[in-house]
Design a binder for this molecule. Structure first.
Ligand code: ADP
Ligand code: MG
Length: 745
């Protein structure tokens, strides 16, 4: 006699639950042969499905042994069972177990791909199997949209595609009307001619004309086993129904590459066939990505603790965290090329070569910037109202910035944005105060003429380089004391005021004007001998100074006593001009380090005026920063938990598909990879969408996004991408653990 395909010896199986032990099979002995079409009958709960599942490699048994082609299976491990399900068994389920969102063709193809066939062959062969079960023309229909009979045919086509010698079917006609049911039975009977087909049925009458053997089970035991029609001697073998197998396709090597390819293919199928879910998953991951983008940006923003310190105005009066001060490494004066080179660096907005003037306040609008307390035009007391407007030189501008007029050529010419207040050729009374340069309360007053109007609205007024440098001069050149009124008795000068020389363009030669406020200490009008004595930073005289005769004009000027007006000629003769420092304004404080590095690479030294001046910690700001960091970290952890829980439960929607894939023989490592590929691709899409969205919001001018985006450099982007990928990987790993538990249960 021919060797049995499957032989069961004394098989027993029990199910244990908390309340009861059910013995589903009791010492079953059965042998099955090729060419048989076996019907297994018995009332509900008698153990038919248990028996079939066991033979299908989907369930285990407690006792006895099952031989497959004479080989015992007791030593099979999970991998060998996987291989058994994949290559030996075609399974047909009462509930069809199709992947509903796949097309008919894809359902069959996935079984072929699982066997390692190449995609091209699998596609051709799948179409042929569909034709064989009468589903030609339904290739692209979704499985869920087919009728019950068509679904069962499809599940048969899928079992056929595996080209196994054994087909097991658990009540394949249970959900079908009798006519369709009979067609299915007939189809199975045709297949049985060269295979072994074992079918559990409730409706034996329907199957009777076709089956070759009938086994009745009762209470887990075989109570009858009879041959029905003669098997084997097929008179009608001419009309071989299960014939016409497609030519054999090439089977690929089942290495890791193949596994990835298959998982990738199936993940792709999932994405394409369930667009709704693809959108749902991507949207969910997109929300997570967008929130994490902001949180990570916020974290990087709060990495630097300078924001939590108090600003000291002693060195750089102007508090501006986007200002750097640069010098050449060799300490020499900047050239025009140097300034242009610095201005061309990325994230550098503007470079002002008149650095010191950037700390000098100006006051232009009466009753807005300053007001008169009392006095006449000669001697007035002026009060300054705010300290938020600082000088900038026109050297930061170019002709293109002007809407009208021209760039300043003379010292007392300015350009500004006209608005409603100014027009070309206006003269504006202006005061200057340099808190940490000049002595306390000192101000310089002059009339300035508007020669150009700016295109873009701004509060900033741009002053000539000459004026900027002149006002900053006593820093550049040290403090000068002017000695006059020599006293023979003392053998010394009695007057030694520290006066800052400023140019009055209307003066010439050695004419000078002193402040009308000087009163008694003023030098007498007429020719006076002046001795100019420079002082260093520590207040000590240095050098010999020089002595000249000057002509003091009777009329005083309206700046404070710290200033003495001289002619340009005189100024140029005694004061040298240095340009050793420049202010470099950057696009955001976030770029401080990168711009400083870029400057260093080009031979410049730079410091952040803000960092230099931010000293003591402000307690409430420190607390605030720590709270923000805490909230951000908490937020990132919350996102992780949300993703783990929410996405995992969304993924459970797929659980049934994975059961199907497992039963058609897709191996666990491949099933696990499917989710990695699928979620991974949604995650990447979400990350890309987020970056696009953030750029759009930044360009649209959303302040919080703009602030945060300054902190996005390649490191921040990396952290953002890795965080999101990690989240997805953890979620899939978490889901796969659940999946493994369910699939092996
Ligand atoms: P049939 O297919 O003939 O209706 P089954 O093989 O499904 O019967 O079930 C046989 C017996 O085993 C029944 O009493 C059933 O309740 C029990 N049984 C089946 N599967 C399980 C299970 N997973 N856990 C516990 N009991 C089970
Ligand atoms: Mg059953």
């Amino acid at each position: 006699m021919e060797k049995a395909r499957i032989e069961l010896q004394g098989i027993s199986k029990s199910y244990y639950s908390e309340t009861a032990v059910t013995q589903a099979l009791r010492k079953v002995n059965l042998s099955f042969y090729r060419g048989e079409f076996v019907a297994i009958t018995g009332e509900s709960g008698s153990g038919k499905s248990t028996l079939l599942n066991m033979m299908g490699g989907m369930d285990t048994f407690d006792e006895g042994e099952m031989f497959v082609d004479g080989e015992p299976t007791f030593q099979y491990d999970e991998e060998e069972w996987e291989e058994y399900r994949r290559t030996k068994i075609g399974y047909i389920f009462q509930d069809y177990s199709l992947i509903g969102h796949y097309s008919a063709l894809d359902n069959v193809m996935s079984a072929l791909l699982a066997l390692g066939y190449e995609e091209e062959y699998a596609k051709k062969a799948a179409a042929q199997y569909l034709e064989q079960v009468g589903l030609a023309g339904f290739e692209t229909h979704r499985a869920s949209e087919l009728s019950s009979g068509q679904k069962q045919r499809l599940s048969i086509a899928r079992a056929l595609a595996k080209n196994t010698d054994i087909i097991v079917a658990d009540e394949p006609t249970g959900n079908l009307d009798s006519e369709t049911g009979e067609q299915i039975v007939k189809l199975l009977s045709e297949l049985s001619r060269e295979r072994l087909v074992i079918m559990v049925t409730h409706n034996y009458e329907q199957a009777e004309p076709y089956v070759t053997r009938k086994i009745r089970i009762h209470d887990g035991q075989v109570v009858s086993d009879v041959q029905v029609n003669e098997s084997g001697e097929e008179s009608s073998s001419t009309q071989k129904g299960g014939a016409e197998k497609p030519e054999t396709g090439k089977v690929q090597k089942e290495d890791a590459g193949w596994q990835h390819k298959l998982a990738f293919y199936l993940a792709n199928r999932n994405r394409r066939t369930q667009k709704g879910r693809t959108v749902l998953f991507t949207t969910f991951l997109f929300v997570i990505a967008a929130v994490s983008f902001l949180l990570i940006g916020e974290l990087f923003m709060n990495r630097d603790d300078y924001a939590t310190r108090s600003y000291s105005h002693s060195t750089f009066y102007k508090e501006d965290n986007t200002r750097l001060v640069a010098k050449r490494e060799d300490g020499k004066e900047f050239t025009k090329e140097d300034i242009e080179e610095m201005a061309s660096l990325s994230n550098v907005e503007v470079v002002d070569p008149c650095d010191y003037a950037n700390d000098i306040n100006f006051y232009m609008e009466e009753d807005e910037d300053y007001k008169y307390l009392y006095g006449n035009t000669e001697r007035r007391l002026v009060q300054f109202l705010k300290e938020d407007r600082f000088m900038m030189s026109v050297e930061t501008l170019s002709e293109e910035d002007l809407a009208q007029g021209r760039m300043p050529e003379e010292q007392n010419e300015i350009v500004l944005y006209a608005g409603d207040s100014y027009k070309l050729d206006d003269t504006i009374n202006t005061y200057f105060v340099a808190h940490n340069i000049w002595s306390n309360g000192a101000y310089y007053q002059t009339e300035l003429k508007v020669v150009g109007l700016l295109r873009e609205e701004t509060d900033q007024v741009y002053f000539s380089g000459a004026l900027c440098r002149m006002l900053a001069m006593n820093i550049d050149a040290g403090v000068y004391r002017i000695y006059y009124m020599y006293e023979a008795r003392m053998d010394d000068y009695s007057m030694k005021p520290a006066m800052i020389p400023v140019v009055n363009p209307s003066l010439s030669g050695n004419d000078v004007r002193v402040s009308a406020a000087m009163g008694d200490t003023a030098p007498p009008a007429g020719p006076v001998e002046f001795h100019w004595q420079p002082y260093d930073d520590e207040g000590n005289e240095y050098g010999n100074g020089l002595t000249t005769m000057v002509n003091v004009l009777a009329e005083g000027h309206s700046s404070t006593a710290d200033f003495m007006e001289v002619s340009q000629e005189f100024f140029d003769k005694y004061y040298h001009r240095l340009r050793p420092q420049a202010s470099v304004y950057i696009s955001s404080y976030a770029k401080t380090d990168s711009v400083i590095r870029a400057l260093n690479r080009r031979g410049f030294e730079a410091i952040s005026t803000y960092r230099l001046s931010a000293n003591d910690y402000l307690e409430e700001k420190v607390t605030e920063r720590l709270i923000i960091i805490g909230i951000v970290v908490f937020g990132l952890i919350a996102l992780l938990v949300a993703e783990l829980l929410i996405l995992r439960s969304l993924m459970k929607i797929r659980m049934k598909d994975y059961f199907v894939l497992k039963f058609i023989g897709v191996k666990m490592p491949i099933i696990r990879k499917i989710s990695y590929y699928e979620i991974g691709s949604y995650c990447l899409a979400a990350v890309v969408l987020t970056v696009c969205l953030m750029w759009i919001l930044r360009i649209a001018g959303i302040p919080i996004v703009q602030d945060i985006m300054w902190y996005y450099n390649w490191v921040t982007y990396m952290v953002f991408v890795l965080y999101n990928l990690l989240l997805s990987v953890l979620t899939v790993a978490f889901f796969n653990r659940l999946l493994k538990g369910r699939l092996n249960a």
